[in-house]
Ligand binder design. Sequence first.
Ligand SMILES: C=CC1=C(C)c2cc3[nH]c(cc4nc(cc5[nH]c(cc1n2)c(C)c5CCC(=O)O)C(CCC(=O)O)=C4C)c(C)c3C=C
Ligand SMILES: [Fe+2]
Ligand SMILES: [Fe+2]
Length: 372
Amino acid sequence: MKYHNNTTYRHGDEAATGVLITNLGTPDAPTKQALRPYLKQFLWDPRVVEPPPARWLWWLVLNGIILNTRPAKSAEAYEEVWDSEGPGSPLLNITVKQKEAIEKKLAPHFKGKVVFDIAMRYGNPSIESALKKFEQLGVQRLVVMPLYPQYAGATTASTFDDVTDVLRKWRWIPELRFINHYHRHPGYIKALANSVREHQAEHGVPDLLVMSYHGVPKRYLTNGDPYHCECQVTSRLLAQELGLEPHQYKVTFQSLFGKEEWLKPYTDETMMSLPGLGYKHVQVICPGFSADCLETIEEIDGENREYFEEAGGEKFSYIKALNYREDHTDALTDVLLQHTQGWYERDGFDSEADAAERAIVKERARAMGCPM
Ligand SMILES: C=CC1=C(C)c2cc3[nH]c(cc4nc(cc5[nH]c(cc1n2)c(C)c5CCC(=O)O)C(CCC(=O)O)=C4C)c(C)c3C=C
Ligand SMILES: [Fe+2]
Ligand SMILES: [Fe+2]
């Protein structure tokens, strides 16, 4: 392999810290044409679809069936949630705002140079393009924060794969810190609880609070993925913070894909059954989604609302994702502060003595005939 040279580096450059905030990704437009490459990249990721029994079989199903039917259906759903502002994808628009808020709060803690960017695991802006920019800005310390509160191989580890696939081709890799999860961070739990209280001040207290998380195949849990457990932990802490008894809330899993069994209970089946069990007023919160997106706006507030109402439910409301709420970006900033310890307040770091050292290094490199 030919390692990638850093052509913008100059001996004696000040080292920068890079903060990369990522999320899942989104198509470039709500069209069949844009959905196809996005879904292809997403569903061909072996972290997302761990195919039984063979990868070539999944290739045939994906390219022969799914990519010929799903893009049109998904495009219709995206069309419903697409914003008129910014790039249009709610997930991307919100991620940009989250980054701006975090940058404002975190940057003042750093004595040296610190740069911020966002990237999406699938589609654009890609992780590779963000890392390239960071390289040109002299990033030698990198913290990656996927905005998934709960760790899952399909999301968190997939992001790790992409980041390290890019970095492993670099000659000079940055010092890397990777945030695996923050599912029990007190600030995150408090922000969730605040959002519930504020919602209930306006919409009343329901018979049941449903906490719906994106599902994964049950097989991933039995193979050792901690996602299910972390969803349970977040839910229990949120219930505790709100003072809820076990009969006042329920944890469910949404967004099934494919034919095998996924984590249960399913959100849609739950919604269809609740009115018959006497729950006429429900509220749904999706603590695993740090930003509102197709899966919350269309699937929960749209589809699942319908299931509940058609089954005889009387009052349904969706409690928005934490998005760029102040208490949320405070919590995320705190998570980043914990993970960048030693990087922002180091004595003598990037100081005058350090600058003098760098000048000497530069002179020695020049003497060796290095043009950089
Ligand atoms: C928050 C955690 C998520 C997990 C865990 C997750 C697992 C997972 N997802 C799919 C398949 C699809 N997911 C899709 C959309 C989507 N998924 C997440 C988050 C998680 N997925 C988000 C935030 C979004 C929305 C993106 C947006 O632009 O708004 C889609 C695409 C939409 C569609 O066609 O329905 C698919 C497909 C699998 C198979 C999986 C675990 C194995
Ligand atoms: Fe998903
Ligand atoms: Fe969905």
